[in-house]
Design a protein around this ligand. Structure first.
Ligand SMILES: Nc1ncnc2c1ncn2[C@@H]1O[C@H](COP(=O)(O)OP(=O)(O)OP(=O)(O)O)[C@@H](O)[C@H]1O
Ligand SMILES: [Mg+2]
Length: 459
């Protein structure tokens, strides 16, 4: 069985990706710096060397020209007097050395005959090794031609220049890596500092999953991207917390609502079983049945809300609201519920859901009405408006929004026996919203008017 290669050797790319962001940023920055520094250093050395050669050649050429001028004027003496250390050899037409500077070789020319002949008279310098002539280091040599076939050879030592150039290169070779290390350490520290808020964010998030208290991430002071990220995440946490709280409240409310019919059923059955003799069983059964109705209505309402919460796309089919209102209102007492002013209006939606909206509103109206409940349907250019009006006690302005919440019943209704669980209006609002409409409660003085607006189906 062949052993797998160590993870690090499988793929350099995978290895690189597994490294921390801090490491990768520092390494990338250092590599880029190293390249830039290397390029800058070699450019500097190149330019410096060229410049030094050019200036040495310039001086040498000037001296050679001076000597050529003297020779042409016939004012050349031996030894040739040149003050700045330039070495001069003057050769006659036959190649013999006739004049030199003090201490210069009189026998061997610095440039041999062949090379002299090949030298164009433009004063361009060349390197010559000085050691055969007892001169230390390389020389820059310029060859010029004078009258009567004479040749002037001028040379300057390049030793000092090349030594200082070498020193510069040495310093750069040692200094540049040191600078690189320094910059690398600095970027490691700076990047670490920059990433610190992210680490704090991560720690904060880890604590949140661990504990239930204060579920907020630390927000850095700097107004930067991390600040924005932290604020956005905190907003999200707040929304999740709110959703969580309302979910919890819903569960406790639902449990609370379940308790009373269950207690009532239990009590009735206990009493009946405790005194079986002389017990009116049909009466007991009726009481229990009523409570089970309440239970099943509650379960129905919760299921409907759960389905609406999931926002599953409602069935979309053309629904004739006039027909729907006629059919729904027909189930109520004709003397109490009056349908008036029905205009033609068709909306896109789920007939069952919209029917439930009407039933919930009519149930409420009938339950609270004095003597009349009116249902109307109007159609404007782009929406259908259904109103259900009763002449009951109405709802105080301050409570008209609150009653749409789940399990919200007003005290006046709570005292009545026939009141439901308080899910009716919540279901109405969710359903109407799912159909792209809105529902509001208004004062009908006396009584209450529920106004449902639904967008008309596009023809
Ligand atoms: N037409 C109305 N007149 C006066 N008060 C109303 C009317 N409709 C609703 N309310 C008040 O608003 C509350 C909430 O109504 P909602 O329909 O949501 O619940 P419910 O009727 O009590 O119970 P459910 O509809 O689940 O059987 C009612 O308890 C009642 O106090
Ligand atoms: Mg109701």
């Amino acid at each position: 069985m062949a052993a797998d290669p160590p993870v690090a050797f499988r793929s350099p790319l995978a290895w690189w990706r597994r490294k921390s962001l801090r490491f990768r940023l520092t390494a990338t920055a250092s590599a880029a710096l190293a390249l830039a520094l290397a390029a800058a250093t070699s450019l500097l050395v190149g330019v410096l060397g060229k410049g030094l050669i050019a200036s040495t050649d310039e001086v040498t050429y000037q001296r050679a020209r001076d000597v050529v001028a003297l020779a042409d004027d016939g004012r050349l003496y031996d030894p040739v007097a040149v003050s700045d250390g330039t070495i001069i050899q003057v050769l006659d037409a036959r190649g013999r050395i006739t004049h030199v500077t003090l201490g210069t070789d009189r026998l061997v020319p610095l440039v041999d005959a062949q090379a002299r002949a090949a030298t164009p008279p433009d004063g361009r310098g060349r390197f010559v090794d000085g050691s055969p002539y007892g001169l230390p280091g390389p020389l820059r040599v310029v060859v010029l031609h004078a009258d009567h076939g004479r040749t002037v050879i001028a040379a300057r030592s390049f030793k000092d220049v090349s030594e200082s150039l070498a020193t510069t290169v040495h310093m750069l070779v040692i200094g540049t890596p040191m600078l690189l290390v320094l910059l690398g350490v600095a970027s490691w520290l700076i990047i670490g500092r920059t990433l610190r808020p992210i680490a704090a964010l991560r720690r904060g998030a880890a604590e949140i999953s661990g504990t239930a208290r204060a579920r907020r991430l630390p927000v850095p002071e700097a107004r930067d991207e991390v600040h924005e990220l932290a604020t956005t995440l905190n907003d999200m946490l707040a929304r999740l917390e709110a959703a969580d709280a309302s979910q919890r409240a819903l569960i406790s409310d639902a449990a609370h609502e379940l308790r009373s019919p269950l207690a009532s059923i239990r009590l009735q059955l206990e009493v009946a079983l405790g005194h079986p003799e002389g017990q009116e069983w049909p009466e007991t059964a009726e009481g229990v049945l009523e409570d089970t109705f309440r239970l099943s209505r509650l379960a129905e309402g919760l299921l409907t809300l759960a389905r609406l919460d999931e926002r599953r796309p409602a069935r979309r089919q053309p629904v004739d609201l006039g027909e729907l209102i006629g059919a729904t209102a027909g189930r109520y007492d004709e003397a109490l519920v009056k349908v008036a002013a029905v205009q033609a209006a068709v909306v896109d939606g789920d007939a069952m859901d919209l029917g439930r909206v009407l039933v919930n509103l009519l149930d409420n109206a009938v339950r609270h009405a004095g003597s009349q409940v009116g249902v109307e349907l109007h159609a404007t250019r782009d929406e259908a408006v259904i109103t259900v009006t009763d002449d009951g006690p109405g709802i105080p302005e301050a409570d008209r929004e609150r009653v749409f919440n789940r399990f919200t019943r007003l005290d006046s209704a709570r005292s009545r026996d026939e009141g439901g669980a308080g899910l009716g209006l919540a279901i109405v609002r969710e359903t109407v919203r799912a159909h792209g409409g809105s529902v509001d409660l208004e004062d009908a003085s006396p009584g209450l008017r529920a106004v449902v607006r639904l967008p008309l189906a596009r023809a």
